[in-house]
Design a protein around this ligand. Structure first.
Ligand code: IMP
Length: 427
């Protein structure tokens, strides 16, 4: 049997766990990085040569000049936003378009998807989810509603015309009757979509075939999750979720490979919890400690700039996603944010919960039960070895391992690439 040794990095909370830095750190060990779900709702912040680069759609390997960056069919692609991101990346990276390969089966996000997302969020007839307003949900709804425009459609004028008419009939009906806003012009959308196809065609590739060929040549691929496992449409805190499988379940469908194509899954979690947008968050802090964590952790969204809600580490939700994502190894980020705090809590169990609440992650009414640990005085910010760690910080890590049942193999102590400690070898 061939051992592929493809590897996946997934966020295990509600996104923003610091995946970008870790993927960027690991990517020199791989020949390609592949995004398999989500769209430009993601925000992966990288520090490259002292400069800050926020990626939304481009895989984090774009900074590796010898690696390919792959966008699989599970991603919803906004060509406009991709072009903007490419121009930004081009200001300090070479050959971005040559190293980028995109699946022809990607569903497109066009202007009317964004408009629909924003109209629905504002409307009193619908629940406010606090989406990024970037058209992600409507594009995925098109996919399961079998009316999506895929990248491949833009290569063939006749096919595009037919599909876009059907698609816009649907949206214009909704704009007109439901939201009472201006309809979208077919001709304008059609011309734009054709021009997107023209520019994207040279970057288009059969991604599953490419990965299989790479694996057959002994080359390894890193799968980069976007958002977090608790935002997964099937396994997250529904309906306050994104519209894709942001958990391990999405790797196979979103890249066109079999479920055994990944041999290891690394889960990334912050030492505390954050969430942007609406939805339950049992350990949320509404006091000065929450404000302190938000300030010290710089918890403003990388994509929308909205403040992130902050709370203690939730080991109950974590154990659940470790199981549903086959996570074998954990990376804890932002541990340094606790520097100087008197005490730190971890939620170990929920009160008022039952099997059904927990299966559906219906966390509105659960009450967190905490264990309390001592904080540490000596800062760990920027430390590069565990030998210099205060014993209380090591105890916190051991407690996470004990309650979650998985080993913490990587600890991040700051935003720089160098502030990353490998407790155990994972690759
Ligand atoms: P959507 O993905 O824009 O439809 O938003 C659905 C929910 O997912 C909202 O609560 C967003 O704030 C959240 N979300 C989407 N992408 C991210 C992300 O990259 N980080 C954190 N939250 C996200």
């Amino acid at each position: 049997m061939t051992k592929t040794q493809n590897f996946a990095v997934l966020g295990l909370q509600w996104g923003d766990e610091g995946k970008g830095k870790i993927v960027n750190f690991l990517s020199p060990n791989f020949h390609a990085t592949c995004r398999f779900q989500g769209g430009h709702n993601a925000g992966h912040t990288l520090i490259v040569n002292g400069k800050k680069l926020i990626l939304h759609l481009l895989p984090s390997s774009i900074c590796e000049k010898d690696a390919l960056s792959l966008i699989g069919k599970g991603v919803v692609l906004s060509p406009n936003d991709l072009f903007e991101e490419i121009s930004e990346a081009n200001t300090f990276l070479d050959g971005v378009e040559d190293r980028l390969k995109i699946s022809s089966a990607c569903v497109l996000i066009l202007d009317h998807h964004k408009k629909f997302d924003q109209c629905r969020e504002k409307s009193n007839s619908f629940k406010t989810i606090g989406t990024t307003g970037r058209g992600i949900g409507p594009a995925y709804e098109d996919k399961v509603g079998r009316r999506a425009i895929r990248l491949v459609d833009c290569f063939y004028e006749k096919i595009l015309e037919e599909k876009l008419r059907e698609n816009l009939d649907f949206y214009n009906f909704m704009f007109n009757k439901l939201f009472s806003v201006e309809e979208v012009s077919f001709q304008e959308t059609f011309e734009k979509a054709l021009s997107y196809g023209e520019r994207l065609k040279p970057m288009t590739k059969d991604i599953s075939k490419l990965i299989i060929e790479m694996n057959n040549d002994g080359k390894k691929v890193l799968f980069e999750g976007a958002q977090g496992a608790l935002l997964d449409v099937d396994n997250g805190t529904y309906p306050y979720v994104t519209s894709s499988n942001s958990s391990a379940a999405g790797i196979a469908s979103g890249s066109g490979l079999g479920p055994l194509s990944v041999s290891n899954i690394l889960g990334i979690a912050k030492a505390y919890t954050t969430r942007v947008g609406e939805g339950p968050m049992p350990t949320e802090l509404f006091d000065d400690i929450g404000i302190h964590i938000a300030k010290k952790g710089g918890e403003g969204g990388a994509t929308t700039g909205r403040p992130r809600r902050c709370g203690w580490f939730d080991a109950v939700a974590m154990k659940k996603v470790i199981q549903s994502n086959s996570v074998k190894s954990l990376c804890i980020t932002k541990l340094d944010v606790f520097d100087g705090m008197e005490s730190i809590k971890i939620c170990e169990s929920y009160d008022n919960s039952d099997e059904f609440f927990e299966e559906s992650l219906n966390l509105d009414h659960v009450k967190p039960q905490y264990i309390e640990l001592s904080g540490w005085k000596k800062p760990i910010y920027g430390l590069k070895t565990l030998d210099d760690f205060p014993k209380e910080a090591l105890e916190f890590i051991s407690k996470i391992e004990e309650v979650c049942g998985v080993s913490v193999d990587i600890i991040s102590t700051g935003p720089e690439r160098e502030s990353t400690i490998f407790k155990n070898d994972i690759i």
